[in-house]
Design a protein around this ligand. Structure first.
Ligand SMILES: *Cc1c(COP(=O)(O)O)cnc(C)c1O
Length: 409
């Protein structure tokens, strides 16, 4: 990275003048924290007492035998508090907010997972919290809205534009510009204006550091390949950082193939041909946009991968061929999920299942003395409505209808 927050040709900080001072202060706070070993110690202590870290590395013995190739290991980020790797980022930013002396946090959320994690952190640290969410997403993600409010957060339903994530991001920036003095914007992934990509990747590096140590302890040597799904890119950056300096370890990022790469209904920014370079939401990266730079609709069965942009750090690693990018389609994801639940008793999030798809495709052709690691970014409990619907489960449908009837009485 250079001094202006660029990774190769990607990244930077395209921000309004009024936020310059805030970004200077934020970068200074980050540099101080990075230079102070007690900050990371405090982070490790917090994550071990509040979020089950270190999370285990599970040998998936049944799946390994089933494919008859590489030994499959799963990094269990699903066992974090709130059920995903997002906790690593928000708790880290919470510690930083405390150092900066700010009293209020805001965040935007699409699927509600980042909003949940931020509301949790705010409750724990005694901060005021406002979460911006598109009106459409508020309706789609009722359970998350319920819990955020129960944890004391104010959820603002954004009624502008398409009433989804990008409108929520605009509204959050508007709030920040008005309340910079006491408010920190908790960015949810390794995107956005510098220093956010670097900051989020730093907090998530805890995943890769642990995974490297764990695979050496259980397998005796480094894995041949590491797989992670890619939405904004934070869980992928998290695990990849443990192996970036080991050229013999192949790193594989899996994007949302949606209905298929030739249907236009997907979220492939770094594989496929539909994305192009652009500047949006404060940073330069590959975006799914039309010729006028208007952001396109994206599609994925996994809400967390349904995003127009991607981490500038990953865009650079793609340029340098250090990370290979592929895609998994919605229907492939359902198959991988089915197999993993049956054979291992583990329920990956729909997002994470994308990484499983590609790992399963490649494992069979590898040798049994080779190991691969899949980052299970989160747990699938949150996806019960989508998964039950996709499997067209009749008794689930009856249950939903009956519940609705109870409320009408
Ligand atoms: C949010 C989310 C993602 C996508 O975000 P990244 O920044 O790409 O990691 C992936 N998996 C789960 C479980 C999530 O909640």
């Amino acid at each position: 990275m250079n001094d202006n927050g660029f990774f190769g040709q990607w990244g930077g900080a395209y921000i309004p003048e009024i936020l310059h001072q805030t970004f200077t202060e934020l970068t200074a706070a980050l540099r101080q924290a990075q230079a102070d070993p007690s900050f990371w110690q405090e982070f490790l202590q917090l994550m071990s007492s509040y979020s089950c870290r270190p999370t285990p590395l599970t040998h998936a013995a049944n799946l390994s035998r089933h494919f008859g190739g590489a030994q499959i290991y799963i990094k269990r980020e699903d066992l974090n508090h709130t059920g995903a790797h997002k906790a690593n980022n928000v708790m880290g930013q919470g510690l930083l907010v405390r150092r900066m002396g700010k009293k209020r946090v805001i965040a935007e959320t699409g699927a509600g997972q980042h909003g949940m994690a931020t509301a949790t952190m705010a409750a724990k640290f005694g901060l005021k919290c406002t979460i911006y969410m598109g009106e459409v997403d508020v309706q789609r993600q009722r359970p998350n809205v319920f819990w955020m409010e129960k944890m004391g957060a104010t959820v603002v339903s954004v009624k502008d534009g398409s009433r989804t994530l990008k409108d929520a991001i605009n509204e959050a920036f508007r709030d920040w510009v008005t309340n910079v003095d006491d408010t920190h914007y908790v960015f949810g992934t390794a995107c956005g204006p510098a220093p956010f990509p670097e900051m989020v990747a730093w907090f998530q590096s805890i995943v890769g550091t642990e995974a490297r140590r764990q695979i050496l302890a259980s397998h005796g040597r480094l894995p041949a390949r590491v797989y992670a799904c890619v939405g904004g890119g934070s869980n992928a950056m998290g695990i990849f950082q443990g192996f970036l300096d080991d050229p013999e370890v192949q790193l594989v990022g899996v994007e949302a193939g949606g209905r298929g790469l030739d249907t236009g209904l997907h979220a492939c920014r770094l594989c496929g041909r539909d994305a192009s370079p652009g500047v949006a939401q404060g940073y330069r990266s590959m975006f799914l946009q039309d010729e006028d730079g208007q952001m396109r609709e994206t599609h994925s069965v996994a809400a967390g991968l349904d995003y127009v942009g991607v981490s500038p750090i990953l865009a650079d690693l793609a340029d340098r061929r250090r990370v290979r990018f592929t895609a998994a389609t919605d229907s492939e994801v359902m198959e991988a999920l089915d197999l993993t639940m049956r054979m291992e008793g583990i329920i990956p999030a729909l997002e994470s299942a994308h990484a499983f798809v590609q790992a399963f495709k490649e494992a069979a052709e590898m040798r049994p003395d080779e190991a691969i690691v899949i980052n299970q970014s989160g747990r699938g409990d949150k996806d019960i409505f989508t998964i039950a619907h996709a499997f067209d489960d009749p008794s689930w449908k009856e249950f939903i209808v009956e519940r609705a009837r109870q409320y009408q009485r």
